[in-house]
Design a protein around this ligand. Structure first.
Ligand SMILES: C[S@@+](CC[C@H](N)C(=O)[O-])C[C@H]1O[C@@H](n2cnc3c(N)ncnc32)[C@H](O)[C@@H]1O
Length: 352
């Protein structure tokens, strides 16, 4: 992991790094990355036992590589500022609709988001049915993984594109005495370095919106889920299209494009699109709900925190990508208010 965290812009393009997973589940898993000009592109990832322990995956499209590079750099640059102001959960909070909330309520609201997601997915309260192995796909600095590992006494592994996040997530796990329970790696959600059928709980909290290929994304979530395992996707979607509509309105497309540019997002899809994908994989108990009304206080609160002295000084000392992201925050509020952006939870179960 150290090797990956030390990638610099001067690294020659032909340089290939290998590293061994720190995961308690997959001590032997091996990922291979091509490193160049500050980007990190997994070219192969495998835990199967071919001659060199590798599976050759199809090459990535150039656009997708650029997107991944942007995502990695965005989170490398902005994660410590977020953590200083908002703590280790990099997702919306769940609030009572129309409530007035103070800054101190936000961490509780982020924890509530995790709890409400588990409840919606019908994760049993009964100890014998708790998930034992969890994957956190798009883990940020590991807030969900550490919370879930403690709650359920489970082991977990988180993946992110950002080397800075993976390193920080591991450091926080060590500081909280959880290093034997959870670990974090740089890996691509679309080519996960895990064997099939490993995880009782597959958790994706606000990472799906970054995935350029939703079919591959959902396919990987289903692949790594254990038989009977639960998949939870909490993600930004655009509104469902009406029966007569072929696409969003031009103004809606324009607004989403500006948001995509600021947050390194590919084309959006609707919750209905996710449901279609899950059905096509014969997953069971597929459920979805629009939680937009429960997250409404979130972006105004983020803007307020950015406008404090601490927020402003942190932003000004950050990089261009973080500032661009901050300037785009009102667009998210506009998208929600106009009914274009939906905060969706989608859950299902892999057949036994
Ligand atoms: C908004 S953050 C959410 C972090 C975390 N789930 C949380 O709730 O604190 C989005 C995360 O998705 C990750 N991500 C985006 N695309 C990814 C990909 N293709 N593979 C792995 N992680 C990805 C980013 O690196 C980042 O950690």
């Amino acid at each position: 992991m150290d090797t990956l965290a030390r990638i610099s812009n001067n690294t020659p393009i032909s340089c290939i790094h290998t590293f061994r997973s720190q995961s308690p589940h997959f001590p032997t898993s091996l990922a291979i990355f091509r490193v160049g000009r500050g980007s990190l592109t997994p070219i192969r990832a495998s835990t199967t036992s071919t001659e060199r322990g590798e599976v050759v995956l199809p090459p990535q499209r150039e656009d997708d590589k650029q997107l991944q590079k942007g995502i990695a750099e965005f989170y490398d640059e902005s994660s410590s500022i977020w953590e200083n102001i908002w703590g280790d959960h990099m997702h919306h909070g769940f609030y009572d609709p129309d409530s007035t909330v103070s800054v101190s309520d936000h961490r509780a609201a982020q924890i509530r988001m995790i709890e409400e997601s588990l409840r919606f997915a019908s994760i049993s309260e009964e100890r014998t049915k708790w998930p034992k192995r969890i994957v956190d796909v798009g883990c940020g600095i590991g807030g969900s993984s550490r919370y879930l590992a403690e709650k359920f006494g489970a082991t977990g592994v988180g993946i992110t594109l950002s080397p800075v996040q993976a390193q920080r997530a591991n450091a926080l796990a060590a500081a909280q005495g959880l290093a034997h329970k959870v670990s974090f790696e740089v890996a691509d959600a679309l080519q996960q370095p895990f064997p099939d059928g490993q995880f009782d709980l597959v958790w994706s909290m606000e990472s799906g919106e970054h995935m350029p290929d939703k079919t591959k994304f959902v396919g990987e979530l289903a692949r790594v889920a254990a038989p009977g395992g639960t998949i939870i996707i909490v993600t930004w979607c655009h509104r469902d299209l009406g029966p007569e509509e072929q696409s969003l309105q031009p103004w809606e497309q324009d607004l989403l494009k500006k948001i995509c540019d600021a947050y390194y997002l590919p084309a959006w899809c609707s919750a209905a699109d996710y449901i279609k994908l899950l059905r096509s994989l014969s997953l069971q108990d597929i459920k979805s709900e629009d939680w937009s009304r429960f997250v409404a206080p979130f972006w105004p609160a983020v803007i307020r925190s950015a406008l404090t002295w601490k927020g402003l000084t942190s932003l000004l000392s950050s990089g261009q990508k973080t500032i661009k992201g901050a300037l785009a925050m009102p667009l998210m509020i506009e998208g929600y208010k106009k009914g274009l952006i939906k905060f969706a939870i989608i859950t299902c179960r892999k057949p036994e």
